[in-house]
Design a protein around this ligand. Structure first.
Ligand code: HAM
Length: 418
């Protein structure tokens, strides 16, 4: 039997890759517009980074990580997300001891052992933005605006912004107690994992995927009733800033997010029709300290799943820009012409135009069929007399117009002019 792609993974075919590039280039543009620079980090990290960063009571760490021991007996994990790695990169390379804020973004593949379903893969692509060093609500508002602008620039309409504040470790003490009291009544019904969470981190029960736990969670106390004065003021100011720049949002006290590092602001952009989160993020003021041990630098960011964006855009019939095409197809008749054509193709490619020529020694008929198939904008046919004269007829494949041209670099100028 033929070997297939592993469950929960997917391929991107040549006919679709320009769509992905369009989404990625839109992300690049949004980041450039606000001073964010790209970072790149390893696909795998020491497992401890995610245990400490993402949190060892989260679903991601407890159930979903691809962890392995390498030949040197180290425990390594394929990154399940980018935030912990981005912080590790900044700390390890001393970026946070220089001028703040630091603005970074990344485009990565991430790995989670989840149940594959619509919009949920085991290997998926994320675009993420992270901002370090700014604790004021203005930073939260800017990050949320950039997230929203990214989705809007792609042309996606039906996406709703939901926000919440999940407070700081101080105001969470009271909340944890209230949750423990509430969930203790349902000890028998909660799943095994949630029973272990009850003592250590009851907030994690709120994002358990088991239907029974989900149902119990419906009437649980909400975090916004427990916010301390500072966290409440931060949240109120954020909402005022969003109102001020015309951002519409829904407050959803149910958003707690499935990662432990969040503090205060959390947000999600949910697609109306599919109910999928197109992106999600929040503030993480304690993560740098958790990873560095000393420095205390606030952070905020979001990440967006590219598979979800591409599929929503396809469903909504949105534009992915122009698919790259071949400017010129050079057909050849005979061995001399074949040699001449391949040299000419190389010259013209170096002048910046997209050129294809025969590499299979096919008949002229087959070559022209291929030129049609790839929708080449122009074609020339080169035989012995053309190689001798250095001239040929250029055919505009769209309107059939023909003109005499020289077979040298000047052809690139004519083609570029269209
Ligand atoms: P997250 O909510 O786990 O947050 O993931 C962010 C986005 O990645 C989701 O909203 C979704 O679009 C996409 N995503 C997540 N899991 C999958 C999957 N299995 N298949 C396809 N797409 C998926 C984070 O990862 C945080 N690091 C975000 C962040 C950055 N917070 C602060 N900075």
């Amino acid at each position: 039997m033929a070997v297939k792609a592993p469950r929960g993974t997917h391929d991107v075919l040549p006919s679709d890759s320009y769509k992905w590039r369009y989404v990625e280039e839109t992300a690049d543009r949004i980041c450039r517009s606000a001073g964010y620079k790209e970072i790149r980090f390893p696909t795998f990290e020491e497992t401890e980074l995610f245990q400490r960063g993402v949190g060892d009571t989260t679903d991601i760490v407890q159930k979903e990580m691809y962890t392995f021991t390498d030949k040197g007996e180290r425990s390594l994990t394929l990154r399940p997300e980018g935030t912990a790695s981005a912080v590790r990169l900044c700390v390890e390379n001393g970026l946070l001891t220089g001028a703040l804020p630091v603005k970074a973004y990344y485009k990565i593949t991430a790995f989670r052992y989840e149940k594959p379903q619509q919009g949920r893969y085991r290997e998926f692509n994320q675009f993420g933005m992270e901002l370090y060093g700014a604790s004021a609500p203005t930073a939260d508002a800017e990050m949320i605006s950039l997230a929203e602008d990214f989705i809007k620039s792609l042309g996606i309409k039906g996406a709703k912004l939901r926000i919440n504040s999940i407070g700081c470790p101080e105001c969470r003490k009271g909340y944890h107690k209230a949750l423990q009291e509430y969930f203790s009544q349902y000890k028998e019904e909660l799943c095994e994992t949630c029973n272990t969470r009850l003592e250590r981190n009851p907030m994690r029960i709120l994002d358990c995927k088991s239907p029974i736990c989900k149902n119990i969670t419906k009437n649980a106390p909400i975090i916004t009733d427990f916010l301390c004065d500072d966290c409440r003021a931060h949240y109120e100011e954020l909402k005022a800033l969003l109102d001020n720049c015309g951002t519409t949002y829904e407050e959803d006290p149910g958003i707690v997010r499935g990662l432990d590092y969040y503090t205060r602001t959390v947000f999600e952009l949910i697609h109306d029709k599919t109910g999928l989160a197109l992106l999600a993020g929040g503030r993480y003021d304690g993560l740098v300290k958790e990873i560095d041990g000393k420095m205390d630098v606030p952070g905020i960011g979001f990440a967006s799943g590219l598979e979800r964006l591409v599929s929503v855009m396809e469903e909504e019939g949105l534009s992915f820009g122009e698919e790259p095409t071949t400017d010129l197809y050079i057909a050849s008749i005979g061995e001399n012409a074949l040699r001449f054509s391949s040299a000419l193709a190389r010259k013209l490619r170096n002048c910046g135009i997209n050129v294809e020529t025969d590499i299979m020694a096919r008949s002229l008929k087959a070559q022209m069929k291929y030129a049609d198939k790839i929708a080449a904008k122009y074609s020339v046919v080169i035989g012995d007399s053309e190689t001798e004269n250095g001239e040929a007829e250029l055919k505009n494949m769209l309107n059939g117009e023909r003109s005499k041209v020289k077979l040298d670099e000047s052809l690139a100028i004519i083609i570029r002019k269209g």
